[in-house]
Design a protein around this ligand. Structure first.
Ligand code: GDP
Ligand code: MG
Length: 201
């Protein structure tokens, strides 16, 4: 039985839904450890990946400290993967994902020097007041070396597990020594079947 532990950081503008997403994802084995003095919430998700593989995900939720640059180095240290989230109904939060991506690139790399895998998540797809078009996101994720993107709804549970599964798959491949080519191999999740189709997005 082999066990892998990955640190995954969840970043993006305030109120895009990061905490809701983490809670939705981990609720079945939820362990909200503590609100750390550095202003981070940790959650642990244990996944029985296969007969002989367990994956432990330590999810770092920035917990309202998004505006404080002083904590970011600690936050990014030794991260294996990253989720950058925006709110589909808030254009500014989409534009700011570029800033978040650059921040990740400047502050952390994998031991071999390559960038950590980043998923781009377009949250609140259940809400009607959409301000960002799919084509725009599609072009943006390709240009900026995300491993994939998808619409999600932390509220309805849409694509929450699928998006994280894709990130875990990528981290597992990378930890086995495979190089990840973000543009050639990237997987666009937006067209795959949502976990629940209650909101038509
Ligand atoms: P954070 O600041 O990024 O951690 O955002 P929160 O998780 O605290 O969410 C901010 C607000 O957005 C809360 O009122 C949530 O209920 C709401 N919210 C989060 N995710 C969704 C979603 O998928 N759909 C809708 N409609 N609202 C959401
Ligand atoms: Mg939060």
């Amino acid at each position: 039985m082999s066990e892998k532990l990955f640190k995954v950081i969840i970043i993006g503008d305030p109120t895009v839904g990061k905490t809701s997403f983490v809670q939705r994802y981990v609720q079945d084995s939820f362990k909200r450890d503590y609100k750390g003095t550095v202003g981070v919430d940790f959650a642990l998700k244990i996944i029985k990946w296969s007969e002989n593989q367990t994956v432990k995900l330590q999810l770092w939720d920035i917990a309202g400290q998004e505006r404080f640059a002083w904590m970011t180095r600690v936050y990014f240290k030794d991260a294996n993967g990253c989720v950058i989230m925006f709110d589909l109904n808030n254009k500014n939060s989409f534009l700011n994902t570029l800033k978040w991506k650059k921040d990740v690139e400047s502050k952390c790399t994998l031991p071999d020097g390559s960038p950590i895998p980043c998923m781009l998540l377009a949250n609140k797809c259940d809400a009607p007041a959409r301000e960002v078009e799919q084509m725009e996101i599609e072009d943006f994720y390709k240009e900026n070396n995300f491993i994939g993107w998808t619409e999600t709804s932390a509220k309805s549970g849409i694509m929450v597990h699928d998006s994280m599964r894709f990130l875990v798959e990528t981290m597992l491949r990378q930890s086995d020594g495979c190089k990840i080519e973000t543009n050639d191999n990237s997987f666009n999740l937006k067209s795959t079947a949502p976990e629940k189709s209650s909101c038509g997005c």
